[in-house]
Design a protein around this ligand. Sequence first.
Ligand SMILES: CC(C)(COP(=O)(O)OP(=O)(O)OC[C@H]1O[C@@H](n2cnc3c(N)ncnc32)[C@H](O)[C@@H]1OP(=O)(O)O)[C@@H](O)C(=O)NCCC(=O)NCCS
Length: 331
Amino acid sequence: MIGAAQAGKPVTITGLGAHVPERVVTNDELSQHVDTSDEWIRERTGIRERRIAAPEEALSDLALPAAREALRQAGVEGSDIDLVIVATVTPDMAFPSTGALLADALGATDAAAYDLSAGCTGFMYALAQGYGMLAAGLARRALVVGGDVLSRILDWTDRSTLVLFGDGAGAVVLEAAPDDGFLGFELGADGAGGASLWLPGSGSRLFEEPDRFVKMNGREVFKFATRVLVDSAEAVLERCGVAIEDVDVYVPHQANVRIIDHATKKLGIPSDRVVINVDRYGNTSSGSIPLALADAEADGRLRPGKLVLMTGMGAGLTWGSALMRWTKAAA
Ligand SMILES: CC(C)(COP(=O)(O)OP(=O)(O)OC[C@H]1O[C@@H](n2cnc3c(N)ncnc32)[C@H](O)[C@@H]1OP(=O)(O)O)[C@@H](O)C(=O)NCCC(=O)NCCS
């Protein structure tokens, strides 16, 4: 699916918030659980540490402070929100949705609220949905959240997955804009590759030995990721008639520094325009891109007028890009 955002009303991000759990887990600490080392993890992934949720913390506990900050920045109350979308593969529970729980906690009593599952690409899918509902006039103000507590579904004896992921959440408020804002989206899925990154036994399909832990073919996912980060970004840029040189801030999904470096070089984006936080947070799945946006705003790179390219990829297999002109002043 691809489209330039020309048909409906202009829509933009007016508030942005992010939240990570307090507990920092270093590579050295993980090497007490599995046969790995700080050197291996840093060289192969660029990750130095990640945040891990406390036992009593669920996704909504991470999403709530992120959402409150996004609302504060947008200058709106929970009751002003009429759409809540939470992108995640680790909701508090299968139902009620974390979206409904969050809407309740925020006082968004008039909001439609639900969860969306598109692996680590979830936030990009949710942004596109939120955009579409606002552009079409179905909603006036959306809260779009991306977050995961992947530590809950990791096998703490499997070094091939344990070292890669972390927990965190981010949130944005979407509202109508005078002119600029989202310029276009490209989203895709390839279910044939689904078993390269999956959670067998987590739904209605019965498995002989379900264990509810993430299973991954790292090399296959690596090849997929390096391909789609480039293809998806090029597709959305072409559809919007924008040259890669014009991209001021590139926010790729934060899975692995090597994957990001590969895509950045292939696309020809100067490294000072690339946002990286995988070193501090690991792969936070749906939280990755909003957390990176918050970092880029904090370090002064995201300013009104800047052209921002975001691309996510993950389980499904799925991928998705959004191109937007940043309109929000730092709060
Ligand atoms: C997982 C990943 C980091 C592995 O890096 P890699 O360079 O491909 O490493 P390989 O899988 O070839 O493994 C190399 C060796 O390191 C070992 N190894 C794997 N994980 C290890 C770890 N945490 N610590 C130490 N050694 C490890 C392997 O067993 C292998 O040993 P062998 O050569 O004796 O068989 C990389 O494939 C990757 O990032 N893939 C994409 C994952 C991803 O992004 N997933 C989420 C997408 S949203």
